[in-house]
Structures are given as structure tokens and as C-alpha cells.
Design a protein around this ligand. Structure first.
Ligand code: HEC
Ligand SMILES: [Cu+2]
Length: 351
């Protein structure tokens, strides 16, 4: 093979790697840029394990190359059989002890961090949120504040916030890589974890347990704001008024249509509901967790939720089999939902 061909191959391989790996860095969706206590502690464990692995790799490679060079067949010695060794106590002890020590170096901090992150001693005095995972969306109920919201979870910066998690159907897993590790969300036994954000911002969350058709679209956001902003948000949410009359006439017509076809599953106040709570829908960061928060996307979602998120719970909506909601009606409903903005504190303001 010509020499330049080999060089071009190596070059294209590296360019491909740069391309592929550069897509990995969304800085609000990575465990490698921790922005909260749980993620920081986990990151330390990642670093320790990686260092141990690098050291082991280097030592093994050095011995490997040395042995290949030293014991390869040499010219004129084709029939030479090297000295045969059977068993060596010293070697056996060395290669048993070193791995034990290495495992201890990894195990001690890992176990310490695991227990630390499972600590519930501050739970009673902290904000407690009941989290429900459903195919394929997330619901958040602030137990004491009596607020219900979905998809965007608001928390104050620098506070441990305890999440008590249950699933309404299959097993999901709650994961906000920049803030903490994963936790299974089961149908019957409640799991608790805490998250804590160091800085204001919007952190991306994902379901990390394969749970059905649209598992990869089961996204949510953590909106971390200052304590004052958080208090303000709580007050605003406690005062939502589902009866408020919208300004524009299209939105008023949208409200009536919404009450007819949608209110059976969605709530606009602090009561529980089968589908996502929409009382602050105008302030959402996304539509259904994954679509851009625009009127066009919302209209598209209302007309054909199956296309955007296969297998989702809204496909049960009776209006989808009736002729009641066409493009015109969907636009009116979208006008209505987009103006539901009870608070000035939003994912936009937190960025
Ligand atoms: C059978 C119950 C049901 C009915 C009826 C229903 N929905 Fe839904 N809706 C859901 C469920 C469940 C989801 C969550 C889907 C997902 O993301 O997996 C949802 C999601 C949504 C979302 C995205 C929520 C968010 O927080 O981003 C919007 C907006 C929405 N529905 C609007 C409507 C409108 C408008 C109607 C009436 C035309 C309607 N829905 C009727 C069950 C329903
Ligand atoms: Cu899931």
C-alpha cells in the first residue's frame, strides 16, 4: 500500500472522531461538568476510577510490548525453546495484592459517596416534591406548597430538594446529569433522592430506563432560580386562576374549546390530573418536553400527537376520533395555552 494512503486513512479516522465526539458536549446535559452537589461527588468517583484504569492500562501495555520485543523469534534461533517456568509464589502474591489494593482505592470513595447521596437526615426540613413518571412525561407535586406542575421543575439554588418518586405505569429513571446520578422510578415502592444546584440555570433531564416507544423523548428540565425568585414563583403558582378571561377573542374561544375537549385530562389549577398540568404552559421551556415552545409546534402537537411522540397517553383523547378540532380550532386553543403565564419567573429568566 502506498504510504500516503495510510496517512489519509489515519487523518480521516481522527476527523471522524472529532466530529462524533464534539456532539457530546451539551453543557447542561453532561455529568462531566457538574453543577450540583450529587454530580460533583459522582464526578470525583469518575476521576478516581479513570485514573486507576489509566495506570493499569499503561503498566499492562508496557509489560506487553516489552515481552513481545524480548521473546520474539530471532533469526538463527528458530528452534530455541525458552526456559519453562511453572508457578511463582512471588508473582502470584504480587498480582493478587495489587488488584485488591486498586479495588479498595475505587471502592472506599464509591461507597462513601453512595451513602452520602442517600442521606435523608435533612428531608423533614427541606422542600419535598412528589415526582411521578408516566409514559412519557413527568409530573411534580410540591407537597407542602400545594402546587402541581409538569415538565419544568423549579428549585431554589443552594438548597437540598428531596424528590419522592413513583411511576404511574412502568419503571422509569430520573436523571439530571449535571446535578446528580440516576434513580429508578418504580410503580409501587417509592424511591427518594435529593438534588441541589450550585448555580442558576436550566438543567436538562432524561428518563434513563427504557420504558416504551417514546422513551428517548421523555425529557424534562430543572429550572434553578435564586431563593427570592423561587418564593415569588411559589406564590404566583399558588394564585393561578383557571377562570381568568384571556384578552384576545381567539384565546377566549380557545378557552371554551379547551374546556370541552381537553380539560378532562389536563388541569389548569392545583388539582391532580391524568395528563400534564398546564397552568403555566405559556412559561414552559418546551412543548411535551421535546418540541420547541412555539405556537406552530403546539398546533402540530394538538392535531397529531402521535407523530411527535409515538405511543403517548394523549392518543386516548376522544377529540382525535371526532371532527371537532381542525387547524382553526387548534390555533385558537394554542393562543389560549400560550398566554397562560402566571409568573415572571420562567426558564428564560433563569438562563
Ligand atoms: C386522554 C387524556 C388527554 C386529553 C383528552 C388531552 N390530552 Fe393533552 N396530554 C395528555 C397526556 C397523557 C400528555 C403527555 C404526553 C407525553 O408527553 O407523553 C399530554 C400532553 C399535552 C401537552 C404537552 C404538555 C407540556 O407540558 O408540554 C399539551 C400542550 C396538551 N397535551 C394539550 C392538549 C389539548 C390542547 C387537548 C385538547 C384538544 C388535550 N391535550 C387533550 C393527555 C390528554
Ligand atoms: Cu421513561
Amino acid at each position: 500500500m502506498k504510504e500516503w494512503m495510510g496517512k489519509i486513512r489515519t487523518l480521516s479516522l481522527f476527523s471522524l472522531m472529532v466530529l462524533v465526539l464534539s456532539a457530546c458536549g451539551k453543557d447542561n446535559l453532561t455529568a462531566l461538568m457538574p453543577k450540583g452537589y450529587g454530580a460533583e461527588e459522582s464526578f470525583k468517583v469518575i476521576i478516581i476510577s479513570t485514573l486507576v484504569m489509566i495506570v493499569v492500562f499503561l503498566i499492562v501495555m508496557i509489560i506487553y510490548v516489552y515481552v513481545i520485543m524480548k521473546f520474539r523469534q530471532k533469526k538463527g534461533e528458530e528452534n530455541k525453546i525458552p526456559k519453562q517456568v511453572e508457578g511463582s509464589k512471588t508473582l502470584e502474591i504480587v498480582w493478587t495484592t495489587i488488584p485488591i489494593l486498586l479495588l479498595l482505592i475505587i471502592a472506599v470513595p464509591t461507597i462513601a459517596v453512595t451513602y452520602d447521596l442517600a442521606d435523608e437526615s435533612k428531608k423533614e426540613d427541606s422542600i419535598n416534591i412528589n415526582v411521578t413518571g408516566s409514559q412519557f412525561w413527568w409530573h411534580f407535586e410540591y407537597a407542602e406548597e400545594q402546587i402541581q406542575t409538569s415538565q419544568d421543575l423549579y428549585i431554589p439554588v443552594g438548597e437540598k430538594v428531596y424528590l419522592n418518586m413513583l411511576s404511574s405505569d412502568v419503571i422509569h429513571s430520573f436523571w439530571v446529569p449535571a446535578l446528580s446520578g440516576k434513580m429508578d422510578v418504580n410503580p409501587d415502592n417509592e424511591n427518594t433522592m435529593y438534588i441541589e444546584a450550585n448555580e442558576e440555570g436550566v438543567y436538562w433531564g432524561k428518563c434513563a430506563e427504557f420504558c416504551g416507544d417514546s422513551h428517548s423523548l421523555m425529557d424534562f428540565k430543572i429550572v434553578a432560580v435564586s431563593q427570592d425568585e423561587y418564593d415569588q414563583w411559589v406564590e404566583d403558582m399558588q394564585n393561578v386562576d383557571p377562570e381568568a378571561t384571556p384578552e384576545s377573542t381567539t384565546a377566549q374561544e380557545g378557552k371554551a374549546l379547551f374546556e370541552q375537549s381537553c380539560l378532562s385530562c389536563h388541569a389548569l389549577d392545583n388539582t391532580p390530573s391524568v395528563g400534564p398540568n398546564l397552568s403555566n404552559f405559556g412559561d414552559r421551556s418546551m412543548v411535551a418536553g421535546v418540541l420547541e415552545h412555539t405556537k406552530e409546534e403546539l398546533v402540530g402537537w394538538i392535531l397529531d400527537p402521535a407523530e411527535k411522540k409515538p405511543g403517548n397517553g394523549m392518543l386516548e383523547a376522544p377529540y382525535l376520533n371526532e371532527d371537532t378540532i381542525g387547524e382553526e380550532e387548534a390555533e385558537k386553543i394554542a393562543d389560549y395555552l400560550m398566554q397562560l403565564k402566571p409568573s415572571e419567573i420562567t426558564p428564560e429568566s433563569a438562563k
